[in-house]
Design a binder for this molecule. Structure first.
Ligand code: NAD
Length: 245
């Protein structure tokens, strides 16, 4: 039986690797991204089981139209689309704050709710939301991003609670220091890389593959009794904050 997965933000970075892993796990994948031409190219590169579409996750009409084009309700939804807006809160323009909230939090809400309605009729499925360790603990200049990702963590708990009766499990993956996607450029500086690797108990940066493996686990029957959880995939970083004392 064909199982459909929707992966948002799948044109680049972690989302593209999640889409690729989902195809390897036997899903047909609807890869959604605001960058339409890039996501269509990514889908072609992954193969015929992946179809790209231009979708703005923060625009309910755009999401509804793409959902209506799915041949059947998805069994797995991965809310991966996200943006960073860094800056000290004292100087952060409200527009930057709103952009982070709109894509990361409102976008997750719109996509999850739109597709959950179809999943209810189909008998359930799994939703995996991408948060961040910044949604669990504060980090310098990350106030807007952290607030949006903390919102994703709590929203995940509410969706898990409300939709369990419909057979929908909802969980979060919180990536740590990942050498991929939006963080790629940071690690071009060897000194930054050395310091950050040194802070991670497992002594390496994470990869997009590390994140994809956790997402597919939470989407699979192997996690059939797990819902409302946030799994930090961070080499032990967030649980070792007292290590330097
Ligand atoms: P990325 O910038 O490489 O990819 C994000 C994708 O989302 C892009 O393809 C972009 O076009 C798409 N996107 C942005 N706004 C959108 C919108 N409105 N509608 C649809 N698509 C949109 O980033 P990434 O590093 O691959 O991050 C993926 C997820 O993982 C994000 O949610 C991010 O916050 C989270 N994360 C990443 C890291 C990291 O270090 N890379 C760490 C923690 C969490």
């Amino acid at each position: 039986m064909t199982k459909w997965a929707v992966v948002t933000g799948a044109a680049h970075g972690i989302g593209a690797v999640i889409a690729e892993h989902a195809v390897k796990e036997g899903y047909r994948v609807a890869a959604w991204d605001i960058d339409g031409s890039a996501v269509e190219q990514t889908a072609r590169d992954i193969g015929e089981a992946c179809v790209g579409a231009a979708v703005d996750v923060a625009d309910e009409e755009s999401v509804r139209a793409a959902a209506a084009r799915l041949p059947e309700p998805p069994r797995l939804v991965v809310n991966n689309a996200g943006i960073v807006r860094f800056g000290p809160l004292l100087d952060l323009p409200v527009g930057e704050w709103e952009a982070a909230l709109r894509v990361n939090l409102t976008g997750t809400f719109i996509v999850a709710r739109t597709l959950a309605k179809a999943m209810v009729e189909a008998g359930g499925g799994a939703i995996v939301n991408l948060a961040s360790i910044n949604g669990i603990a504060a980090a310098p200049h990350a106030g807007a991003y952290s607030a949006s990702k903390a919102g994703v963590v709590r929203l995940t708990e509410h969706m898990a609670m409300e939709w369990a009766k419909h057979g929908i499990r909802v969980n979060c993956v919180a990536p740590g220091l990942i050498h991929a996607g939006m963080s790629d450029a940071i690690y071009a500086d060897p000194e930054v890389r050395r310091v950050r690797e040194g802070a991670v108990p497992l002594a390496r940066l994470g990869s997009a593959e590390d994140i994809a493996a956790a997402v597919l686990f939470l989407g699979s029957e192997k996690s059939a009794y797990v819902s409302g959880q946030t799994l930090a995939v961070d080499g032990g970083l967030i649980k070792s904050t007292l290590a330097s004392l």
